[in-house]
Every structure is written in structure tokens, then in C-alpha cells.
Design a protein around this ligand. Structure first.
Ligand code: IPE
Length: 250
């Protein structure tokens, strides 16, 4: 059973302060993942390690070579912390940097060399990807969000569990998490769904929802849940329905 799990940067970092990790949360997340580590592709957000440098250099609107290097190295450092925490929790994982294995076209993934990910899964190694800067064949470079990675990987591996952990209880409507959203509900709820409260160059909750609705159109259900609540990550990996389900039938 292939599972694709994203842990948002708002859980792993303090999104308001550049390069400010949350080591206790990284440790907790790794512990929870270690309860169900098989066949999991982990994607993590960039948090303050990505959004703040990206914004500072004007990415993705402006092309800036230095900005690409600084932002990539910064998110790669966060990835290293996650891999290290997983190892301490007894999970063997390896970093897979999107910058080095995919190309975008107009901001969307156009080609993605997925073989290393499939081979790692076969060999009992958890691939760890992250939101990253990426080269774009129509522009010069852009940013690929963890949410877009989740949607692409889930489709390509025909994942059975697809879960995005954020710092809220799901897709909130009038302050409460909706239990399910389908494409038909989008017009009704769209105006109430925000971007992110912090510096965010990839679209916040609205961005997540649009990625996951694309996935739902292909018949793959997913969920957005609160990864800050203890026990939820293990529950999500176990296939339990928490937070807001995206797609399926009412
Ligand atoms: C953003 O990734 C990538 C960069 C800014 C380089 P995400 O969009 O997946 O990150 P979070 O989850 O919002 O922190």
C-alpha cells in the first residue's frame, strides 16, 4: 500500500523566522512516522527555510541565480534535519532533491525522473522530498511546492493513502473543518478559503486544495489534516479518516 505524506513547513519550522527549525516537532513527526514506515514517500514543506529566502530574492517571479542557490541549499538543510530525525527514530530514509530530478513547464511538473523513488521503496528506504526551486523549460526557473509533488507522485505511484498535514484541522469553513470537499463544492467554499497567514510563495490552503482536487478528478482521494495534533500523523498513515477528505462521494 503506497502512501504519500506531506508535512507542512509550518509544523517543522517557525514560518515567521528565517532558518528557524522546530527540532522538537521534527523529532515528534519522525517518531510518529516510525509507527507506519513501510511504502511511505515523505514530502516536507520548506517553511521559513524556503519561503523567506525565495521572497527575499523575488522568486519565482524574478530569475535570480544567487536566490536559487541560497533557497535550494536552505531547504536541503531542512531536509537533512528530517532525514537525521528519521534515522534516530529507526527509519532509513534518503533525500531526493526535486531540483535535481525534475523540470517544470510554466510552473507545472513536466518531467520527473521517478525511478530512484520506486527503487528506494522496493528496497525499504523512505524517499524524502521537499518543496524546492526548480528549472522551468518555458521560463528560467520557478518553485515546485510540496503539494504539487504530492499530487504528481500520488498519481504516478497510484498511491492508496494521500495525506497533507498542515497546522489547521483541515479545510476550514466558518472556522470549522469540512469533512469532505469535492469539485462541485469548490465555488461555494472558495471565497472562504485563504492563502497562508505567513510569508508563502506557493498558495497556502487554496494551493493545496486545487492540487488535491486535480488528484480527485483522477479518482484518487486524499485528506488535509492537522499534523500538529499528536497522534494524527500515525492515524493518517494508518488510513484513518481525519481532517477534510478531498474527492470521493458525499
Ligand atoms: C515551498 O514549498 C518551496 C519553496 C519556497 C522553495 P511548500 O509550499 O511545500 O512549503 P510549505 O509547506 O508551504 O512550507
Amino acid at each position: 500500500m503506497t502512501r504519500v505524506l506531506k508535512i507542512g513547513g509550518s509544523i517543522l519550522t517557525d514560518k515567521s523566522r528565517e532558518l528557524e527549525a522546530r527540532p522538537d516537532e521534527i523529532r515528534r513527526v519522525a517518531q510518529e512516522i516510525s509507527a507506519h514506515p513501510d511504502d511511505v514517500v515523505l514530502v516536507h514543506g520548506a517553511g521559513s527555510f524556503g519561503h523567506i529566502p525565495a521572497k527575499k530574492y523575488g522568486l519565482p517571479q524574478k530569475f535570480n541565480r544567487e536566490g536559487l542557490r541560497v533557497t535550494h541549499r536552505s531547504v536541503a538543510r531542512l531536509c537533512e534535519m528530517v532525514v537525521e530525525a528519521l534515522s534516530r527514530a529507526g527509519v532509513e530514509s534518503l533525500p531526493v532533491h526535486p531540483l535535481s530530478c525534475l523540470c517544470l513547464k510554466g510552473g507545472r511538473i513536466d518531467s520527473f525522473f521517478m525511478e530512484p523513488i520506486s527503487e528506494m521503496l522496493k528496497d525499504g528506504i523512505m524517499p524524502v522530498l521537499h518543496g524546492d526551486v526548480a528549472m522551468d523549460i518555458t521560463g528560467k526557473a520557478a518553485i515546485v511546492s510540496g503539494d504539487q509533488l504530492v499530487s504528481y507522485i500520488a498519481r504516478s505511484l497510484k498511491a492508496e493513502v494521500v495525506a497533507i498535514g498542515s497546522n489547521v484541522d483541515g479545510v476550514l469553513f466558518s472556522g470549522r473543518p469540512l469533512s469532505r470537499i469535492t469539485r462541485m463544492d469548490l465555488a461555494q467554499v472558495q471565497s472562504a478559503i485563504g492563502g497562508s497567514g505567513e510569508v508563502d510563495v506557493t498558495g497556502g490552503m487554496r494551493g493545496k486544495l486545487l492540487e488535491l482536487l486535480d488528484l480527485a478528478d483522477l479518482g484518487i482521494e486524499s485528506m488535509i489534516f492537522n499534523a500538529g495534533t499528536e497522534g494524527n500523523i500515525a492515524r493518517a498513515l494508518n488510513g484513518e479518516h481525519i481532517g477534510t477528505r478531498i474527492g470521493g462521494r458525499k
